[in-house]
Design a protein around this ligand. Structure first.
Ligand code: MGD
Ligand code: MGD
Ligand code: MO
Length: 760
């Protein structure tokens, strides 16, 4: 096996490995934050921005969707939030000269890291058919091109309008309104690749696709189970909530194939003692095999059912449906099979059971480790069964807590960014605007790629994000995108999606969260909804990256006017001038937003209603919370293969790479690494430091290869491996998705290892 990285990699990818860390945050995090922030923004902007993050008069951190507590620290941010801010508030600029110097072929050969490091986009850019370079274009011409291509379609359903989760409520509401006036529900979004499985499972079982807990609930819980989530990196402020819960007596179980540093010990940078000593968070670490969670929760449920007095019978009788059938299915859970599926020891599960039975208030938190599997929806339904059994929904200190990713991904969905909108939502929209929205469902992310591939869709418009970078099966997706007639990206920074284009392409540069947004009626703010259903305002305070930028609401409004023209009675101009006018409309269309402008003006905003949380009412088809009884599944991996999960390093925000280090896991200077348990590695002849190709295997028989990964012996669960996304997206088959939610199964890819250099 080769021991050197393959030559010619555009990134200097030469990973170094040290032992993983056992604590997160603390002093190194602060040092690292300031270093990155100053390199991008300089001293003055660093102070100007970092003090405004998540303050009541400031902007919402463009990092994660974790909520802010009521008592805020002067510095209500974390290392990774600061990196997200620095990435946006950078002083570096991508001007038309940059595009003159870098033809498309050059951009296409660059790493995502390099592209992102070039700085903020400054002017609308156009790639004419057959051209090899983007050229500057006026906004008028850009919208005329979009109108021309959209009008040339034989059906509105040949257009796709993608949204990434940073988009504000106001922009999202306008975008879905425009798409529906135009005539399509093709509104795929990043949620399709993210928490769609949570939404699918929760809507059916509790009647609403959102979490049922507040920060206060976390502080009051007796037991918090964190399954399939790495908060130390992806939701660092959650560690403060866990620390507070522990101080009040809570126990924490983490369920993960990897020992994640944040869950082991957290050094709170906001308290002097925390900084030095840190708090141990985990009381029990269940090092589960990838995809074993449904089996684990099923067995716990059987054991709870078998324990005298453990079931909350009053709750089950009054509030639930389907108990008998579920209890019968759970009775079939088997120790041997569960131990095989989970890789856990019997004693570990018995210890978990004791903690479960000792808790009167239990919360389960989860993220991508549960949602990105074939059986993700069934797994999350089993988590709901688990909580329902002991009445852990709709009372203080208990509930479901899917921890969202993008800072406004939950709000975008609330605003109607959904390819399968509820009829009641469309009825309200139609009534308010005098339009007739299409009722047939649109395409989600995976279906959108198939539609482009098959020539069923021809115009692709993205409100943010990095579609070809984030989606699975990179080669298939990129080929599909290249078949489009027009691709349009509303973006703040360069990324891979700008280099893989349709016949014609546009880059529309926009304001970010940190930028001051001034329209004809004066300074505007936007609103967002966090992971716990809190809606609040966000107001940038920086001079925008360039005088040519338009805000996202302005871009949608102008596009709508160019495309729909006189045919639209919607006051698009007014919406651009005054976002309050948009909020007035939202207040009349979206339940829970009554009196929106007045309520969001209050410091801290307001919380959206949530029937199960607020009144133990479950707006499901049965009118009750539904137990479900799916068969238990877990991935079967053939001899000589491992199950690969694709995950985030500490120095990235999805496809945006901030740096080449993954500090807590001890990896520096490179991203092409694959983490393998040393015992598995020995069996497979994979020496630590050797270079290997990863080849994925799926039932379609297509060979998908990611070349040149350095093997790292790492204490992950047996049979499992881990490598970073998006480098490994090439391995995830487009058709390998979760049942019901159609979310790419990017946490369970069967791979074999072949010597680096291609070919066996
Ligand atoms: N700094 C930073 N913050 C972010 C992001 C970012 O990229 N960078 N991304 C944002 C977004 S969009 C999202 S969705 C979230 C993502 O937040 P996470 O879901 O925490 O992100 P991942 O890195 O995908 O980590 C998945 C975790 O699940 C574990 N896991 C994998 N498979 C399984 C399994 O089968 N069972 C169990 N029990 N565990 C498993 C992995 O070991 C890992 O700890 O973070 C958001 N916040
Ligand atoms: N293999 C694998 N694939 C995955 C995942 C995984 O765990 N494994 N995770 C999935 C998940 S959870 C998600 S959410 C998706 C993420 O998918 P996306 O949301 O599409 O991807 P991001 O990398 O977050 O998008 C980054 C780009 O957004 C643009 N941007 C940033 N801020 C703004 C803004 O304020 N406005 C506008 N208009 N643009 C902005 C910048 O140009 C930047 O380059 O990826 C998914 N893909
Ligand atoms: Mo996400």
């Amino acid at each position: 096996m080769a021991t050197k990285p393959p030559a010619g990699d555009p990134v200097q990818d030469a990973p170094q490995v040290a032992p993983p860390k056992h604590a997160a945050a603390g002093l190194p995090a602060i040092g690292h934050t300031l270093k990155i922030a100053q390199a991008q923004m300089g001293l003055r902007r660093t102070a100007q921005t970092l003090l405004k993050v998540n303050q009541k008069d400031g902007f919402d951190c463009p990092g994660c969707a974790w909520p802010e507590g009521d008592k805020r620290h002067t510095a209500e941010f974390c290392e990774n939030g600061a990196k997200a801010v620095a990435e946006e508030a950078t002083l570096r600029r991508v001007t038309p000269d940059f595009f003159a110097a870098h033809p498309l072929s050059d951009l296409a050969g660059r790493s995502g890291y390099w592209l992102g490091q070039q700085g903020r986009l400054t002017q609308p850019m156009y790639l004419p058919e057959g051209a090899d370079r983007y050229e500057a274009v006026t906004w008028e011409r850009a919208f005329a091109i979009i109108a021309e291509e959209l009008r040339a379609l034989s059906s509105p359903d040949e257009a796709l309008f993608y949204t990434s989760g940073r988009t504000s409520n106001e922009a999202a509401f306008l975008l879905q309104l425009f798409a529906r006036e135009f005539g399509t529900n093709n509104l795929p979004d990043c949620s399709n690749m993210c928490h769609e499985s949570s939404g699918s499972a929760l809507v059916e079982t509790i009647g609403i696709g959102k979490g049922s807990v507040s920060l206060e609930d976390l502080h009051q819980a007796d037991l918090i189970i964190v399954a399939g989530q790495n908060p130390g990196t992806n939701h660092p402020r959650m560690l403060s909530a866990l620390e507070q819960a522990k101080a009040a007596g809570a126990k924490i179980i983490s369920v993960n194939p990897l020992p994640e540093a944040g869950m082991e010990r957290f050094k709170n940078p906001q308290t002097p003692l925390g900084m030095i000593r840190g708090a141990a968070l985990n009381d029990l670490f269940l090092q589960i095999r990838i995809g074993g969670d449904q089996a684990l929760f099923r067995l716990l449920n059987k054991l709870v059912l078998a324990t005298e007095g453990a079931v909350d019978e009053t709750f089950v009788r009054e509030h639930t449906h389907g108990y008998e059938e579920f209890a019968a299915a759970a009775a079939g859970a088997d120790w041997d099979e569960t131990l095989k599926a989970t890789g856990l020891q019997r004693a570990e599960i018995e210890e978990a059971l004791r903690m479960v039975l000792a808790s009167k208030r239990t919360i389960v938190c989860w993220a991508m480790g549960l949602t990105q599997h074939k059986h993700a929806v069934a797994t999350i339904r089993e988590v709901v069964n688990f909580l329902l059994l002991r009445g852990n929904i709709g009372r203080p200190g208990a509930g479901v807590c899917p921890v969202r990713g993008h800072s406004n991904v939950q709000g975008d969905r609330t605003m109607g960014i959904f390819e399968r909108p509820a009829p009641a939502f469309l009825d309200a929209l139609d009534k308010e605007f005098g339009i007739t929205s299409p009722r047939h469902h649109g395409f989600d992310v995976v279906r959108s790629i198939e539609a482009l591939r098959d020539g069923e869709a021809r115009v692709f418009f993205a409100m943010g994000g990095n579609f070809v970078g984030a989606t699975p099966d990179t080669e298939v997706t990129e080929a599909a995108m290249r078949k489009a007639a027009l691709t349009v990206h509303v973006s703040t920074k360069l990324n891979r999606s700008h280099a893989v284009t349709g016949r014609r392409a546009l880059i529309l540069p926009t304001l970010g969260r940190t930028d001051k947004d001034v329209q004809a009626t004066g300074r505007q703010f936007v609103t967002v909804e966090d992971s716990m259903g809190m809606v609040h305002s966000s107001r940038g305070n920086l001079v925008p990256a360039s005088p040519h930028l338009l805000s996202e609401p302005a871009i949608v409004a102008r596009m709508a006017r160019a495309v729909l023209g006189e045919a639209s009675a919607t006051p698009w101009e007014e919406f651009e001038r005054d976002y309050g006018a948009v909020r007035d409309r939202i207040s009349r269309v979206v339940p829970g937003f009554e009196d929106f402008n007045a309520r969001v003006a209050r410091p801290g905003g307001f919380t959206l209603p949530h029937a199960p949380r607020d009144e133990r009412r479950f707006p499901t088809a049965t009118g009750k919370a539904n137990f479900t009884a799916a068969p238990v599944e877990y991935p079967e991996v053939p001899e000589g293969r491992l199950l690969l999960q694709t995950l985030r390093s500490h120095d990235q925000y999805n496809t945006t790479v901030y740096g080449l280090d993954d500090r807590y896991r001890g990896i520096t200077g490179g991203r092409r690494v694959v983490l393998v348990n040393p015992d598995d590695a020995r069996g497979l002849g994979l020496a630590d430091g050797a270079y290997t190709d990863l080849v994925s295997e799926w039932k379609d028989g297509v060979e998908r290869r990611a070349p040149g990964f350095r093997v790292v012996h790492y204490p992950t669960a047996r049979g499992c491996a881990a490598a970073y996304y998006p480098e490994t997206n090439v391995l995830v088959p487009l058709g390998s998705t979760a049942d019901t939610s159609n979310t790419p199964a990017s946490k369970s890819v069967i791979v074999r290892f072949e010597p680096a250099g291609g070919g066996a």
